[in-house]
Design a protein around this ligand. Sequence first.
Ligand code: HEM
Ligand code: ISQ
Length: 154
Amino acid sequence: MGFTEKQESLVKESWEVMKQNVSELSLRFFTLILDIAPSAKSMFSFLKNTDEIPQNNPKLKAHAVKVFKMTCESAIQLREKGKVVVADTTLKWLGAVHLQKGVIDPHFEVVKEALLRTVKEAMGDKWSEEMKGAWTEAYDQLATAIKDEIKAEA
Ligand code: HEM
Ligand code: ISQ
């Protein structure tokens, strides 16, 4: 529960580093999702009719960046407001999108694993158990909010 100042700074710090390399990391993040759960591929509209993960797909990049950013920003809001808040959109809308795409609870574990591995690879020496804990907490809070919304709308 909760999100400490230290955790917030760890998430912010890693996001600052990852920002510089966001195209590559977005692709890596998505590749990891499909490595862990190949069947998830068919859910993504931007991958329909392609056999491979497009190496330079602007839609894929934009989506993946949003997910990264949202996790980071909602972590910050979590400290400031004490609840999950997402920018540009609403949790209701996020719930609706994921419900419609057939996203279920176990998928969230897949995305979590892929996210943590992406951050780990990106941070290299700076990666620590504490940083892992911070990203885990940030992601779990956001994931729980989306899952609750999916359940409310289903
Ligand atoms: C769409 C975020 C978890 C699959 C989206 C969109 C956002 C988002 C922002 C809308 C993208 C856009 O229209 O620009 C998140 C966040 C997650 C999460 C923050 C976790 C905290 C998941 C999981 C899955 C998933 C677990 C299942 C593997 C999808 C799919 C779409 C989508 C299939 C629709 C993409 C399309 O074809 O247009 N997600 N997502 N998401 N998400 Fe997630
Ligand atoms: C949407 N939701 C979750 C994860 C994603 C990764 C890449 C592109 C879109 C995504």
